[in-house]
Design a protein. Structure first.
Lengths: 327, 355
């Protein structure tokens, strides 16, 4: 597949001077989905062997690591059938996931059959759901969780495969981006729209880190909300942030190799996140630690400002005529 | 345009220029504002096939427009907080009048004509405090002739029902008079107000307390006199999304339309336009890059993706949508397909022109 894409590029498929859509697909998007598919497959295979939490945690963490390479891509196959949401349903302020899982743990086993499970609530499936099954959580301990663990891991592997299949091949979503503006492309009516679509993913991804991954536990000064941090049970809150920032950085510099200021802004935020040594952002409630997390949030917001200043002129895109206006 | 101007001059010289109608400007189906690649702002009249029938320069970014029901004249409203609206002759492109709200009032985005075309009603706020007003303008002389209470804070869209009554979307948000800073998110209380043709408040519909942060902003008339569809913008927790579409028949409780679970976050809590056609209602979100279609029972039928999509209007079958990349799309519950693409970033709304 990658060779095919490389060939298309060599064959002189026109691309804006500095925006490398082909490289983003070839070096960022497809490897991310392929990596997640492999990790999800390993996780499902392990779950077939055992439902022991200790055995499942390493492949579970590897799968979540792999998903962080692709979690920011909300376009094409990941938006169909709610796949991205089903793979990682967070935030979940009303606890919809745990509620739906409780019903599945005690209900008719037929709901766990692959086809039926695929139709279950997006909140009940995916990585956040699996975390509740293999780490201490609000779910009842007495129930036999093994069938639900297996259903969840099989479902993840299935969605991961669908994502790869949805992007690759002659009918794959990658072709929509690569043939933007060509006759017959009913998705992207101009080449600039493909670049715009990728740039939008980048900016929304950075915003999500600041507003959600950091913003939710930060809450307000008067009311910090450490309990709202993502993936506290598996202590992945900070790890997810760091991996997401690194993936977004890779996407940015692949899309625009000249975006040095944006890359530097990413580096400052990643460095600060790595220096934090607070895996669940518990420090939001501590007077000594909180300023460091607030500072980190500022650094992440600064990435977006820098990138919005630096990249659009090179890429020939805008911040969004209506989406940034609002009325 | 040159030939049309020549034609007009010719008519004028005959001494008895007949009144022109929308057919004389190419019978556009919709009016929409936009921005050209060089940054110039314009108002376009578009045919149902997506062809531009005319382009008129605007001095600043437009928001919505109101089309005169008979004469080919459009009132183009500036973005909030609006200090002017322009009455445009869509035949010549001339500015016929510049409407300026009275001291202490600001236009707030939309306007509507009475059925006979003699009265223009504009959504306005008292600059300090955002109390809603409906400004009244004589549509011949373009003089200010009065105002009504809109029934709430921060009115945005308004629509005239077939029987002459008016529905106003009072968004509930108090804004800073100099910019769009929102001042009352904790206490906001949007409503739909039903006004008589004389401006008397007949009914107020408020959402349940838990939805008080759901700003009601845009309206569409549902066919067969079945009330209005209203589109909302959620100011509460983004992680706890609220319905963005409601259907309301005056005197009855509203029906709120929930997104399908897998699409709960697709709109990013924001609906920018709404249109109704037959049994279907569509809402758009430029922030989420998505259009959702519901049926009149409130069930979600489809979600289509398109970056920066916002303008929506009804077609004979299905809907047309416009976006910030210049695209015009035909949308149904089954499909979304391109009609045309212009080198114009289309602004928030497609306004139906001509009766």
């Amino acid at each position: 597949m990658r060779r095919v894409l490389a060939f298309l590029l060599l064959a002189g498929l026109p691309a804006p001077a500095f925006a490398d859509v082909g490289a983003v697909i070839d070096r960022h998007i497809l490897p991310a989905y392929e990596g997640f598919a492999a990790a999800a497959e390993s996780l499902a295979a392990e779950a077939e062997k055992t439902c022991a939490p200790e055995a499942l945690r390493p492949p579970f963490n590897a799968a979540w690591d792999a998903w962080m390479q692709a979690a920011h891509l909300h376009l094409g196959p990941s938006e169909e059938k709610g796949r991205a949401l089903a793979i990682l349903f967070w935030p979940d302020p009303k606890g919809l996931g745990a509620k739906a899982q409780r019903a599945l743990l005690t209900g008719d086993a037929a709901a766990l059959e692959p086809e039926a499970f695929a139709e279950q609530s997006v909140a009940a499936r995916g990585l956040a759901g699996l975390e509740r099954l293999i780490y201490p959580s609000v779910l009842p301990e007495e129930a036999d969780s093994c069938p639900l663990i297996r259903a969840t891991t099989r479902d993840l592997a299935r969605m991961a495969e669908e994502l790869v299949a949805g992007w690759e091949g002659p009918e794959g979503f990658a072709q929509n981006l690569l043939t933007a503006g060509e006759p017959g492309n009913a998705r992207y009516l101009a080449q600039s729209e493909a670049v715009q679509a990728l740039f939008t993913q980048l900016m929304a991804g950075v915003e999500f880190q600041a507003d959600q991954r950091l913003g939710r536990p930060l809450g307000t000064k008067d009311r910090p909300r450490p309990e709202r941090a993502e993936a506290r049970a598996s202590e992945r809150s900070a790890r997810n942030l760091i991996l997401a920032l690194k993936a977004l950085r890779e996407m940015a510099v692949t899309l625009d190799g000249t975006a040095a200021r944006s890359a530097a802004a990413f580096d400052r935020a990643i460095e600060a996140a790595e220096a934090l040594e607070d895996p669940t952002f518990a420090g939001v409630a501590s007077p000594e630690e909180r300023p460091k997390i607030e500072e980190l949030q500022k650094l992440v917001r600064q990435i977006r400002r820098t990138a919005l200043d630096e990249m659009p002129p090179t890429l020939g895109v805008t911040a969004g005529f209506n989406s940034q206006d609002g009325d | 345009m040159t030939t049309r101007r020549g034609f007009l001059v010719g008519l004028a010289s005959l001494g008895a220029a007949p009144r022109l109608g929308w057919a004389d400007v190419g019978a556009p189906a919709w009016l929409t504002a936009g921005m050209k690649p060089d940054g110039a702002y314009v108002l376009h009249g578009l045919s149902a096939g997506g062809v531009s029938r005319f382009e008129i320069p605007l001095p600043a970014r437009g928001h919505a427009a109101a089309a005169h029901p008979i004469r080919p004249e459009a009132v183009a409203f500036a973005r909030r907080p609006g200090v002017f609206a322009l009455v445009l002759d869509c035949f010549t492109g001339e500015v016929l009048s510049r409407l300026t709200p009275p001291e202490g009032r600001q236009f707030n985005g939309h306007g509507a004509f009475s059925a006979d075309g003699r009265l223009l009603m504009t959504s306005e706020v008292v600059a300090e405090g955002s109390a809603g007003r409906i400004g009244l303008w004589d549509a011949e002389s373009w003089r200010r002739i009065g105002e009504w209470d809109s029934g709430g804070i921060g009115p945005h869209d308004l629509k005239r029902l077939a029987d002459g009554r008016i529905v106003v979307a009072n968004g509930g948000i108090q804004t800073d008079p100099t910019d769009r800073t929102m001042l009352n998110l904790e206490s906001m209380k949007p409503n739909l107000a039903l006004l008589s043709a004389e401006g008397e408040i007949l009914d107020l519909m408020e959402l349940d307390e838990e939805l008080h942060q759901n700003s009601i902003r845009h309206l569409a008339l549902i066919d067969e006199d079945a009330g209005v569809a209203f589109a909302m913008q959620w100011q509460g927790d983004a992680a706890d999304p609220a319905p963005l579409l409601g259907l309301w028949r005056p005197g009855e409780a509203p029906l709120l339309c929930e997104a399908a679970p897998e699409d709960l976050f697709a709109m990013k809590g924001y609906a920018g336009s709404v249109a109704a056609q037959g049994e279907r209602i569509a809402i758009s979100s430029p922030r989420g890059g998505a259009v959702m279609i519901f049926d009149r029972s409130g069930a979600p039928l489809a979600t289509h993706r398109r970056a920066d999509v916002c303008g929506l209007a009804a077609l004979e079958e299905g809907f047309v949508a416009s976006d910030g990349s210049g695209g015009l799309w035909r949308i149904s519950a089954e499909a979304m397909e391109p009609i045309a693409r212009h080198e114009v970033a289309w602004d928030n709304h497609l306004i139906s022109a001509a009766a």
